[in-house]
Write a new protein. Sequence first.
Length: 74
Amino acid sequence: MRGCERGSDRGFVTAEAAMALCVLVAFTMALVWALLMAAAQIRCVDAARVGARAAARQDPPAAVLSATRQAAPS
């Protein structure tokens, strides 16, 4: 009798594992995206700092722009 009841539940573990795997992959992708965005933000702040430092030294405007562009993420 117990075997008949278990027979109708076959495949549920596979379906649950597939759903959990999809959620895990989506979460991992979101985490990687957030880390990449944080790294880009840090690079932008560093580029602004380089430009501000060059401007504070009263470098020519072309040199300030060049230094900032070199430090900026591409």
